[in-house]
Write a protein that binds this ligand. Structure first.
Ligand code: NAD
Length: 489
């Protein structure tokens, strides 16, 4: 299976009926039931962009303190609508309600983090010198930014671009994932109710076609994208002749977790199960590959399998609460099932099968497969609950296997000595490198991004401030004062 084929089999771009977006309408369906939950027309691109362009000068001219205050009011509006937003997220993308509630908390917390980050990363600086006057460094907003959201965190991840972009003085056109417009709309209305107008923060529903048209539009100054590597590459290609546009790409991963010596197998298993199966494996930071020291293999795998066997997968509002919900749609479930079969028929040995109890719905069990014997393991992001296990003999081999990917988002070492962690940290090629921590749940008080196919060196999280404004260096003196000292007749 080559990379492109594997990606298209596993990263579904449309649920069957959602392809109706080409007929200028988006319909969103609940994965757990198949019920329709939202329907609306796609946005009119020229109207959206010209409204944004008209709004930008006024917004950029607001004092920073006003923009910060409005961001705080937005957080309050989200608090008021917390249940509605969490319910929508749970219904629309299928994540358990407890997890949707946690996503709403992240949306709220992003505001204070972004205010701190703006001040720290893009504040004004002045260097005085008697003869040269003042050298000032200040930052300016880019203008009109398009935010393209993914479906797996339909509120928190677009919001992680939107809030810093607005604080910096940009106006935002927010195109949510075509698989999660209902949650995107609730988020957008919270901004508008807070006093950030629907021209400054516009909700612009659409699918890939509208995404392409928006990013290519001459009235757009930049694109802040979170989604798959395939789409990120398509965006880069489309904008190859537009170096004037700011492009920040947060993409996927084929993340590794290395399991080394530790007596704490129960904790290790919990970290592994959390990393591989939280959000039904639909996290950019999810562990896809577990690299295990051969001598630990039997003990670790039996502990991980026992815990994975206990994982409840079910509908978002089930009682008792499930650990994970369905994947986003039937196309994604089909692709993942095909990928699991591909691994099995090419040398993989199933440790725990991928089970789909009802072929008409996208519920999948956690699955574990030993792919050590496979000659060419596909280096693709299997965006679902499939964990591949690879045995290795020594630590150098574990590091080589960690880096045996074109992606470079997250890597984690479980167990090992401080010296081994130092070696792992120094050699693992990823933007997030952890020790005895899950690969998932990165802190948004820290930069969040990857290398290789995982991003274009513009991390989000705390460093989102960096791509939302550009630095302007200014040599300044109150009066002209100059003379030419050499070379004159
Ligand atoms: P996707 O790439 O299919 O879609 C993301 C967005 O891009 C959507 O709004 C979509 O409509 C739009 N789009 C699609 N094709 C486009 C094109 N040619 N031009 C412009 N816009 C286009 O991603 P998804 O399936 O919604 O999300 C899952 C992916 O996102 C996974 O690969 C996951 O790893 C990644 N992700 C990355 C991060 C991160 O921070 N690095 C976080 C979450 C998810």
């Amino acid at each position: 299976m080559d990379g492109a084929a594997a990606s298209s089999a596993t990263i579904a771009s449309d649920r069957g009926p959602v392809s109706e977006s080409s007929k200028a309408e988006i319909i969103s369906y609940e994965p757990a039931t198949g019920a329709e939950i939202w329907r609306g027309p796609v946005c009119e691109i020229d109207d959206v962009v010209s409204r944004a362009r008209r709004a930008w000068p006024g917004w950029a001219a607001q004092p920073l303190s006003t923009r910060m205050e409005l961001a705080r009011r937005f957080a309050n509006e989200v608090r008021k609508d917390a249940d509605k937003l969490a319910t929508s997220i749970a219904r629309e993308v299928g994540k358990p309600l407890w997890e949707a509630n946690a996503e709403v908390e992240q949306v709220i917390n992003k505001v204070e983090v972004s205010i701190r980050a703006y001040a720290e990363r893009t504040s004004q600086r002045k260097l005085d010198s008697a003869l040269q006057g003042t050298m000032a460094v200040r930052h300016k907003p880019h203008g009109v930014l398009v935010v393209l959201g993914p479906y797996n965190y339909p509120a928190h991840l677009p919001n992680a671009h939107i809030v810093p972009a607005l604080i910096a003085g940009n106006v935002v056109i927010f195109k949510p994932s075509e698989k999660a417009p209902a949650s995107g709309e609730i988020l957008a209305r919270c901004f508008n109710r807070a006093g950030i107008s629907a021209a400054v923060m516009q909700f612009a529903p659409g699918g890939p076609t509208e995404g392409q048209a928006l990013i290519s539009h001459d009235g757009v100054d930049g694109v802040l994208f979170t989604g798959s590597a395939n789409t990120g590459i398509a965006i880069n290609r489309r904008l190859a002749t537009r170096p004037d546009k700011m492009v920040a790409l947060e993409m996927g991963g084929n993340n590794a977790m290395v399991m080394w010596d530790t007596p704490k197998l129960t904790d290790a298993a919990a970290l592994i199960v959390q990393s591989a199966f939280a959000t039904t494996g639909q996290r950019c930071t999810a562990a896809r590959r577990l690299i295990v020291k051969n001598s630990m293999y039997d003990a670790v795998i039996s502990e991980v399998k026992a815990l994975a066997d206990r994982v409840i997968f079910g509908a978002p509002f089930d009682e008792p609460a499930p650990f994970m919900g369905p994947v986003i749609d039937n196309a994604a479930a089909d692709g993942l099932s095909e990928s699991f079969l591909y691994l099995m028929s090419n040398g993989g040995k199933a440790i725990k099968h991928l089970v789909r109890p009802d072929e008409s719905l996208p519920f999948l069990s956690p699955a574990i497969i030993d792919t050590t014997a496979m000659k060419d393991r596909p280096d693709v992001e299997l965006f679902g609950p499939i964990l591949q296990v690879i045995r290795v003999e020594d630590f150098d081999e574990a590091i080589a296997e960690t880096n045996n990917t074109r992606f470079g988002l997250a890597a984690s070492l479980i167990g090992g000595t401080p010296q081994e962690y130092n070696k792992f940290w120094a050699n693992a090629r990823a933007g997030l490198v952890n020790w005895n921590r899950a690969t998932v749940n990165p802190s948004h008080a820290a930069p969040m991004g990857g290398i290789g196919l995982s991003g274009n060196h513009r991390p989000t999280g705390y460093y989102a401030a960096d791509y939302c404004a550009y630095p302007v260096a200014s040599g300044e003196m109150e009066q002209p004062r100059a003379m030419i000292g050499v070379g004159l007749k």
